[in-house]
Design a protein around this ligand. Structure first.
Ligand code: ADE
Length: 237
């Protein structure tokens, strides 16, 4: 396996990342399949008040995160690691849209560093500086067309989507295979049912209990197509 599955998250709210200790991500960490470390940005601020932001040049509302603590924090996690190439993920509503395809790309990266901006974002020179370095690749990523209070929740979304793709993390690897098949066709998943066969007067579709695998596969594909069409009509995409 060429990948290292090392993740560093830099934030002014390390507690925001506690979900990495729970469920799928928590188990992956405990099993040693991933190494996630959370850094408090404030510890890298050198000014007396440990402040991490300042007013924007050019005026305007809000505060901008200062480049100094970001530079120190990113250099520190990169130095500690010793990997030849680091992928710096800057979370921003102005970034490339996150997708399953991007998750599949990120899972092959050796060392991901997540920069969780807050306020009006991070001084743009941080992105520029790391873009100019040969030991870094920078990606600005958005998880959707809405504005969050900061990049922490976006980081959790990406971490969960990426970590479940690491071999050994999911109990049943078949579910990954089925998913990637449907994603290739750009279809959403078909509806699922479990016991009991009758619940509040609603019966499970008969075909699913028929034991006819070809008929079941056809029914599921039809349902996935219907669902996908309905979503496309709703979103106009
Ligand atoms: N920070 C604020 N809003 C965000 C979004 N939609 N995606 C990623 N990072 C963000």
């Amino acid at each position: 396996m060429s990948r290292n599955n090392r993740f560093d998250v830099i934030t002014i709210f390390p507690d925001y990342l506690t979900p990495i200790t729970i469920s799928l991500m928590g188990k992956a960490v405990q099993a040693g399949l991933v190494d996630i470390s959370v850094q408090d940005l404030r510890e890298y601020a050198t000014n007396i008040h440990r402040s991490v932001d300042d007013t924007p040049y050019g005026g305007g509302a809000g505060m901008v995160m200062s480049p100094q603590p970001w530079g120190e924090a990113i250099d520190a996690v990169a130095d500690r690691d010793g990997a030849p190439l680091h992928d710096l993920i800057v979370l921003t509503p102005a970034g490339e849209k996150f997708s399953q395809k991007l998750a599949e790309e990120l899972v092959n990266c050796e060392h991901l560093i997540f920069a969780c901006g807050r306020y009006e974002g991070i001084d743009h020179r941080v992105t520029e500086h790391y873009q100019s370095r040969s030991d870094f690749r920078v990606r600005e990523i958005s998880i959707g067309d809405y504005v969050l209070g900061g990049g922490e929740v976006a980081t959790l979304v990406i971490l969960e989507a990426v970590i479940r793709l690491i071999p050994g993390v999911l109990g049943n690897p078949d579910s990954l295979r089925e998913e990637s098949h449907s994603m290739d066709d750009s279809l959403v998943e078909y509806p699922n049912f479990t016991k009991p066969a009758l619940w509040r007067d609603l019966a499970v579709p008969e075909v699913l209990m028929s034991g006819n695998h070809a008929a079941i596969a056809k029914w599921r594909l039809d349902q996935a197509v219907k669902r996908t069409n309905r979503i496309q009509q709703q979103t106009g995409e």
